[in-house]
Ligand binder design. Structure first.
Ligand SMILES: Cc1ncc(COP(=O)(O)O)c(C=O)c1O
Length: 462
């Protein structure tokens, strides 16, 4: 189930029309289906049930607090890679013992926050990190339970930007080095080495490379006394294209379960799925601003772009484009969908068969729930979109659309400090707050406090 389908000619998320949500909340807009997230979690947890794994949702895929809460209610723990993600997971009510802290570049501050919070596991990626965590734990009078993230030298056939298990990858520790590190574990008296961690990539097309990596990890575990837990990472694939032919999660899991079930009495297992749990639960809705003919191809210029959904520009990723108004039987024409950003990479969809949408027409980029909003930025000073969570017939804004004030909020604090009282001279109101009353435009017309040539609102600088 993806949560999105046409009902009476209208594209809906569960029971709510996307056109209605777009009218109420504007576009671009992210919309998520709560029941799709639940169903994905249940399918994955059912598929791996014989291993009784701790399923830690990879927060990086979708950090919205409401999505995190939803998954926590389903029983998920969390896989985090930063102090910010720890903060979010705790705000979502996570049990710290069910958090694993992964990531190749954890800082002292982040490690210290994790120790204070009492996270269950820290997955270490280098000897230096082990030394730093050991020193911090000793200084704080604490112990930490850790796993070593192995670099098994296994490269899955996926986009080169999302391969993490190959020999040339920055992630993990080569097995020979990890064995040497484990042999000198008495150097880290505050750390309990209990596990091995793997994550060989994202969109791993089938279970075969994971199985190879698992054999390598099991070989490592047999040589290191005291290990209780194997963390298999995430990477379960999602079909973005109609032609994608990945094994369903049940089949992917069955291969791993068959190998690991005999060890279930000996070891515990962790999983870190991100994309699989949320990708198909989200859509990004956008409105056509202009229609152009670009070298003979119909091109829709829309109000979303690489700042809203980066994956196409970053990975050549494919998202199905679906008009909000059903167009069954309508004539289609080969169309590109491009965003407003001043970059030629800002193309959301290429060569799609779409009906002749006109300015004001709307479409959704599907399967945008993972690494969608999470990678959105304010590039070109575009405020980030709102996020809405649909549950049956109920829709709720879970993150409001950013405003222009949000774009400058942090800079304005600095500017205020720099300029002191000077900033208010010659102004009726506070010029750093963008008011709808046209105050700034009036100031600009009067030539006060606005550097029109440079396009900079300089509060009383001239
Ligand atoms: C350590 C780790 N675990 C889990 C994930 C989640 O991967 P996916 O979203 O493909 O399941 C990632 C993704 O980058 C990761 O780096």
């Amino acid at each position: 189930m993806s949560g999105f389908r046409y009902v009476g000619g209208e594209l809906c998320c569960e029971e709510v029309s996307l056109a209605r949500l777009a009218a109420e909340h504007g576009t671009p807009l992210y919309v998520y289906s709560a029941n799709a997230v639940r169903e994905n979690y249940r399918r994955l947890s059912g598929a791996f049930a014989p291993l009784k794994p701790l399923i830690c949702f990879a927060v990086k895929a979708n950090f919205n607090l409401s999505v995190l809460r939803l998954l926590r209610e389903e029983g998920a723990g969390f896989d985090i890679v930063s102090g910010g993600e720890l903060y979010r997971a705790l705000r979502a009510g996570a049990d710290p013992a069910r958090i694993v802290f992964a990531g190749v570049g954890k800082t002292d501050a982040e490690l210290s926050e994790a120790l204070k919070a009492g996270v269950g596991w820290v997955n270490l990626e280098s000897a230096d990190e082990a030394a730093r965590l050991n020193a911090l734990a000793a200084a704080q009078g604490q112990r930490a339970t850790v796993a070593l993230r192995l670099n098994p030298g296994v490269d899955p056939a996926t986009h080169h930007h999302i391969r993490t298990g190959g020999a040339g990858s920055k992630f993990g520790i080569p097995v020979a080095e990890a064995l040497a590190l484990a042999a000198h574990w008495s150097d880290f008296p505050a750390l309990d080495l209990r596990g091995a961690h793997l994550h060989i990539g994202s969109q791993v097309p089938n279970a075969a490379p994971t199985l190879v990596a698992i054999e390598i990890a099991l070989g490592f575990m047999r040589q290191v006394p005291g290990l209780t837990t194997l963390d298999l990472g995430g990477g379960f694939p999602v079909a973005y294209r109609e032609s994608d032919n990945f094994p369903p999660i049940e089949a992917f899991a069955a291969t791993l379960v068959e190998r690991l079930r005999p060890l279930a009495g000996q070891y515990h297992f962790h999983l870190e799925p991100g994309r699989y749990l949320v990708a198909n639960s989200g859509a990004m809705v956008t409105t056509v601003q202009a229609v152009k003919d670009v070298a003979g191809r119909r091109t829709l210029v829309v109000d979303a772009g690489m700042q809203t959904l980066l994956r196409p520009a970053l990975y050549d990723a494919y998202h199905r484009a679906a008009p909000l108004e059903g167009t069954e039987g309508a004539e289609t024409v080969t169309t590109d969908v491009v965003g407003p950003i001043c970059e030629s990479a800002d193309v959301l969809a290429r060569e799609r068969a779409l009906p002749r949408l006109r300015p004001g027409g709307q479409l959704a980029l599907l399967d945008a729930g993972a690494y969608g909003f999470a990678m959105a930025s304010q590039y070109n000073s575009q405020p980030r979109p709102a996020e809405v969570l649909v549950d049956g017939s109920q829709a709720r804004v879970t993150r409001r659309r950013e405003r222009y004030e949000d774009l400058v909020e942090l800079e304005e604090v600095q500017e205020t400090r720099e300029l002191g009282t000077q900033r208010t001279e010659g102004f009726e109101g506070a010029p750093w707050q963008w008011e709808d009353d046209g105050a700034i435009a009036r100031q600009a017309r009067r030539g006060k406090g606005y550097n029109g040539e440079k396009g900079v609102r300089g509060a009383g600088r001239e």
